[in-house]
Ligand binder design. Structure first.
Ligand code: HEC
Length: 163
């Protein structure tokens, strides 16, 4: 095989490897992008927040992840009241302090704002479903809503990043 062809093959398999290692490098889903605020490097739209707000948002994100972990554990142990409480503290609208939500909304492109609103709406839905489960013992509904909520985390991360 000619050396140039071998080289090209090696390069393309390296690129394929890179793609599989970094799911964020996949093209953004069709529903995601807005043309505003966007220098595209790896398919995600880049969003610029002021440094202070950026720090707050990332801290909130880490709290979201911790919330998911605690909720999952509570559900596995049948503690649906705890799951509801954790969701309201870490994922609901009241999980953000002061005017953080309005601040964020000012800098987010519309599609990102929509996903943020969806997450908080699903958190509300989860809280109700988990509270119902304490009475009915029906854990299926909260599990379903939990799954959909996580898909919203994934959708936003696939489409946006912070500058
Ligand atoms: C509206 C969009 C959006 C939603 C919804 C969202 N995130 Fe994020 N999240 C981001 C962005 C943007 C970043 C920064 C990513 C980057 O710049 O590479 C981020 C970063 C993070 C980080 C990294 C924090 C750090 O310190 O670097 C974690 C953890 C995280 N998100 C968890 C979650 C979880 C869990 C959920 C769902 C419960 C969630 N996020 C929902 C947009 C979102």
């Amino acid at each position: 095989m000619p050396a140039a062809l071998l080289f090209a093959l090696a390069l393309s398999s390296a690129a394929a490897h890179d793609m599989s290692m970094h799911p964020g490098a996949m093209p953004a889903p069709a529903s995601a992008p807005d043309s505003a605020a966007t220098a595209r490097v790896d398919g995600r739209a880049e969003v610029r927040f002021p440094p202070e707000l950026r720090r707050e948002v990332l801290a909130t994100m880490r709290m979201h992840l911790q919330g998911l972990a605690e909720i999952q554990q509570a559900m596995a142990q049948g503690r649906f009241d705890d799951a509801a409480r954790v969701a309201s503290m870490t994922l609901g609208m009241s999980s953000m302090h002061g005017d953080q939500a309005e601040q964020e909304a000012r800098y987010m492109p519309p599609g990102m704002r929509e996903l943020g609103a969806r997450l908080h709406m699903q958190a509300g839905e989860f809280i109700v479903a988990a509270q119902d489960a304490t009475a009915t013992g029906d854990w299926h509904k909260p599990q379903m809503v939990f799954g959909r909520m996580m898909q919203t985390c994934v959708a936003c991360h696939a489409a946006y990043k912070l500058q």
